[in-house]
Ligand binder design. Sequence first.
Ligand code: C5P
Length: 398
Amino acid sequence: MQGKRILLGISGGIAAYKIASLIRLLKKSGAEVKCIMTPASSDFISPLTVATLSKNPVGIEFWDKNDGTWSNHVEYGLWADVFLVAPLTANTLHKMAHGGCDNLLMATYLSMKCPVIVAPAMDLDMYVHPTTTRNLEILRQDGIQIIPAESGELASGLIGQGRMAEPEKLFEVLKAFFHASDELAGKKFLITAGPTYEAIDPVRFIGNHSSGKMGFALADSILKKGGEVILISGPTKLDLKHPNLTLIRVQSAENMLHEVQQHWSKVDAGIFSAAVADYRPVKAADQKIKKSEDNLTIELVKNPDILAWAGTQKRETQCLIGFALETNNGQEYAADKLKRKNLDFIVLNTLEDKGAGFGFDTNKISILDNHNNFTSFELMSKADVAENIVAYMKKYLK
Ligand code: C5P
């Protein structure tokens, strides 16, 4: 942790008193620490304690009422390698999710250039309230790492989930962050995600149930390891923001192919998780098709195979990964695709596994590689599946 620059944001919950221990752990490990407190948090821990332990002035107000000096929130943003908000109260969570900016901590958050981690802390009813769940989900989609609250006795006397993770745990997360953030530094990745929409007429399309969750989880995992990502996604509700991310939104397979062709030669590896429509209407009607005959025939033509195109252009130093969703004879079809599309490995999922596939937050995969190794994984969150795929891919990076 020597020389790492950690900005701590402290909001006003009882767990704020524990931040003193975290600052000590960080300082002992050689890190530089600066703190910003919300005005309410100074009721729970004295700014003098925070300033003394961190060996830096504490930012609370936009400007110092005594000498009129202004606290430059942009400079905090530029200084930090990571911004940890702990404890994160329901109020500050709400502001972070919706762009509120009524104190120095929030202004700093909005001008942050580095990754952000949060450690929520609140009473158990507040923690499980649907608004809290929604706001945490918004933060997660904004690329923020969340250290879940732990279970135990709460300040209210109630017992349940809501306690801020202990300072030792926060310290471990920060250590892991710095360790991981170098793993894929300097490497570039192209990911395709989501469905494609193939226009029938100006209002209708042929699509599929792909949510894009797997591809976005892969992008998130790589970004957290310091890699650069070009994410080419079909229509999805998902969003992701990160300084090292270029997110390109497309509609159809042809649009997706065009973008892949622009970027494939620049990357070290490609992960093609998009559920590309195999066929598209030969011609999309210019006007909305009117209801008239009992039967309507739409002639379809095969879409370009984007992954196969990348396979034909693949350089010796590039790694190429495909997905296969099969309902029967999975391994056999996957082996065929692996060869035909010139892949290094293929991720296989079947719709037979409960909780796996479209729309779910979980997935159950197997990996078949070009040395004929077949590895099956348990059902797990798509975030954990992404970790496993990225770990597997690391063996192939040159
Ligand atoms: O051949 P199949 O469609 O089952 O192959 C699935 C794999 O190929 C996935 O990785 C998918 O993203 C990719 N693919 C593609 N372009 C297509 C069809 C599939 O990139 N037109």
